[in-house]
Design a protein. Structure first.
Length: 526
């Protein structure tokens, strides 16, 4: 079977290179039949030029037309949901139901529709008008954006359908999407629906483009190319930092989501009050999707004592009683084994002894433990992310020692504190919350971090190195749109030459604008 074509400059065409790859079903080890090309620089060169040509056209496209595309695309995804979810299940070993069919695919179409609604409503662009000086500003498209999605969300984070795609395109940026090589079949089917929806709208033909794979060197070259305005990447810290270095060197905007341990602090009063409930919640969260969530609780901090000893034993029992599932790939399993080895070499004790698994994509549920003193002696090694069904407990001898551990933490996506409902932990809570709050993007009380609600107030971001910028979220329109926009100012520009959102008349009647220091829906008198 010849390799599938890539979608470049408005056409499905063969890739320039003859190098191919195949996806593998991680549950069975079967190499899937469809072949896909590994793109080389000639493909990227054409895509970048096409995107650069499309950028000024797309920037002038009415928001309603962009929203129409996003809504049509969402409808098409829903119409072929059965085929999409079957393909994704075969490439990821994630459950068809409820995970893919009932949770992730609806989340994906909801994200597309939320982005469509936000771009039509218009307030996302933060229009600001000073009538005294006749100076006006708003957010506007950056230009061509290269997106690279992760392996653990085949729909909601896919480079051709996920949150970054919805946000960047809603703003009016042409997209070059790079599929994750573990999910080429899923990504191709999504792209086919996107291309069909595009044909039904007046958007430029190169509004979106798709390649399946490329070498790291090709990716780094693309990141630094002057035709590219921005990048979005979700994946490993190693790859993310390499892209960041290339983008920074060239002065490019890059939004990264990399690694996070998502620390959970469980205070003594909470353990005395509801240990079994918290143990259930922790095990459910840590082992959900075999731990392959970016908000998986990978680090738990406790004060040493009898309740803590009993709690750790209860969690250990739950870990050992649950059958481990299939990981996304042999690569993920290899990375998990390597991370566990790093933690153990740094002094972590393995609490859940296990024999090697005969299945290459299965790793036993793994619980590890260190003291706070051990953690403080090697904080870098003991903050190694074990992506998968593994978690590390840290026990401190005193509140002061636990505070030292918090001070040593890197930036994280989330952080949680469990405390007593009677107020018994309030003093410790205040102390630890003050230390943890600046370290995390989303701060939780009495709740595990794995659930990420798609709503405007959500922050799925955090301080470096969890992400590349602490001021933005990858989830929750309209905020997500602002990552892929630039601030444009108009000084004494004639009204007829202004963007619609900055003219005297409110273009929608629903767009909130900051006019002379007051947020208002009103028009400016002529």
């Amino acid at each position: 079977m010849p390799p599938h074509p890539i979608y470049i400059n408005g056409t499905w065409r063969p890739a320039a290179s003859r190098e191919i790859f195949h996806a593998t079903n991680p549950a069975t080890g079967e190499v899937l039949e469809d072949a896909y090309p590994v793109s080389t620089w000639p493909d990227l060169d054409i895509a970048l030029s096409a995107a650069a040509e499309a950028a000024p056209q797309l920037a002038q496209t009415p928001p309603a037309a962009i929203a129409d595309f996003l809504n049509r695309y969402a409808q098409r995804i829903e119409a072929c949901a059965a085929e999409l979810t079957a393909r994704a299940a075969a490439e990821t070993a994630l459950p068809l139901a409820p995970r893919l069919r009932d949770v992730e695919l609806p989340r994906t179409t909801a994200q597309l529709r939320q982005a469509a609604a936000a771009v039509v409503e218009g307030s996302w662009s933060l229009p600001t008008i000073d009538t005294t000086h006749n100076i006006r500003s708003c957010l506007a498209p950056l230009g061509p954006v290269l997106l690279m999605g992760p392996n653990n969300f085949p729909f909601a984070y896919n480079a051709i359908s996920g949150g970054d795609f919805a946000a960047a395109l809603a703003v009016g940026n042409p997209i070059i999407a790079k599929a994750h090589p573990l999910q080429p079949n899923t990504t191709r089917l999504l792209a086919e629906q996107a291309v069909a929806a595009l044909a039904e709208t007046p958007l430029p033909k190169s509004t979106l483009q798709l390649i399946y794979h490329m070498s790291p060197d090709t990716g780094l070259r693309a990141a630094a190319d002057p035709r590219l305005a921005a990048l979005g990447f979700t994946g490993s810290r190693r790859a993310g930092l390499a892209l960041k270095a290339a983008a920074d060197q060239a002065g490019k905007v890059i939004y990264l989501e990399m690694s996070s341990l998502n620390p959970v602090i469980i205070l003594p009063g909470a353990l005395r009050e509801r240990p079994e409930k918290i143990a259930d919640e922790f095990a459910d969260s840590a082992l959900a999707a075999n731990g392959q969530f970016c908000t998986n609780p990978g680090l738990t901090l406790l004060l040493a004592g009898p309740e803590t000893t009993a709690f750790i034993a209860a969690v250990k029992t739950r870990f050992q009683s649950r059958t481990p599932g299939t990981l996304l790939s042999e690569g993920v399993a290899h990375g998990l084994r390597a991370s566990v080895a790093t933690l153990r070499n740094a002094g972590a004790t393995l609490l859940t002894p296990y024999p090697p698994s005969p299945a290459p994509c299965v790793h036993p549920n793994t619980l590890l433990h260190v003291t706070a003193a051990q953690f403080l002696a090697q904080p870098d090694a003991l903050q190694t992310e074990a992506f998968g069904n593994a978690s590390l407990f840290v026990t401190a001898d005193s509140p002061g020692q636990l505070a030292e551990v918090l001070a040593a933490l890197e930036g994280q996506l989330t952080g949680s504190i469990y405390s007593s409902t009677t107020g018994a932990d309030d003093g410790l809570y205040i102390r630890f919350a003050q230390l943890l709050r600046p370290k995390v993007g989303r701060f939780l009380n009495d709740k595990m971090p794995t659930g990420v609600t798609v709503c405007p107030a959500m922050n799925h971001g955090g301080p470096y190195p969890a992400t590349g910028h602490p001021g933005y979220s990858a989830v929750g329109a309209p905020g997500t749109l602002r990552r892929f926009a630039m601030l444009q100012c108009y000084d004494h520009v004639r009204v007829g030459r202004l963007p619609a959102v900055l003219t005297n008349k409110n273009p929608t009647g629903r767009t909130w604008r900051l006019i002379d220091g007051t947020y208002t829906l009103a028009d400016i008198p002529d």
